[in-house]
Ligand binder design. Sequence first.
Ligand SMILES: [Zn+2]
Length: 403
Amino acid sequence: MSGKGASGGRDGSDGHGNAADQQGGGRAGDPLLVTRLLTRLVDLCGTASPSRNEREVADKLRGEFEALGMRVREDDGSSSTGGNAGNLIAELPGGLPERVVLAAHMDTVPLAPGEPLAPIVEGTVVRTTGRQILGADDKAGVCVVLELAARAAATPFAERPTVVAVVTVCEELGLLGAKHLDVAALRADHGYSFDGEVPVGELITAAVFKEDVTFTVEGRAAHAALEPERGVHAIKAAAAVVAAIPLGRVADDQVLNIGAIQGGGSTNVVPALVSMRGEFRSFTAERLEELAERVLRLAQAAATEHGARLSVERKRLYAGYSLPADAVPVKRLVEAAGAVGIEVSTVSSIGGSDTSIFNQKGLPTVNVGVSMHEIHSVNEWIDVADLARVVAWVGAALGLYRR
Ligand SMILES: [Zn+2]
């Protein structure tokens, strides 16, 4: 879906663009911007912050936000994540009535043991040694947030919105930091999240609902040699359940996986219990429910046929979202794209991110693609020239001055 051709004023904030930005200030090729982004990204990627161990990076970011004159607080997110840092919230007041959230997450996937964090710079690309993670997911997003906050600080008070930078913890553990965050307390009108692995220009305006599911298959134990006839074989029944249900991409908008199986015990006992854990994903609650009901019916029939009992436990992990084309952050970005030479498209994501939680909690937020490559692997890389384009684009959309 193309975003081109949208029109109309910006809600409530007309006229806060500035001449510098209109006349090419948004150009992505700004060498100073690229250099700053490179330096900061290398520094952040060189500082470990796997989920639950974000302390060092949190302290570093607090210093950076404070240096911009922002009021910084850290919430008590560690009480629910079990980590050593909470979510950081940094606020820069502005004279325009609007309050805008700029968001990213500071945690990364776990480090490969025994290997140093040693990001390598090649031109404008930051990559790994091939033996350790990079963590540009989502430190690249953090760099964009810091750079935009700096632009806001350089913009006269009367011409800027209030900027609320939110850098969460424990995103990679299931959006735990965002789930803890008091989003209402931010009193924000809308938000931009910079955690999209998709190319620059792509806006993730819809994402899936996701549920955890546990199937427990209960048979009956019996001695495997003396009286196997008295047993009900839970592993055989569980195998029948797996064989009976569809797995993988069931439809374009429905996914089911079983990712773990556990059960049985001694080899001389007919196994009595098997549990299997999996997940459902779909873009609407209704389609997820349809999938779940169909799967549970098939699973139930298969278990019953083998004389076993099946119980199923479902747990909603997060709700999906779908932003309309006229949602403020989407409209702003579409309107500003032409001036910085970006072609916009909106996409749906089968994955989850903090953006899902922000939207679920009532803050219309778009997840902006920052062109991440091979995330969650030791081959991750990113081109900061892409980040510079994002900064120029979003900066223009918010009417912020160029530094
Ligand atoms: Zn991420």
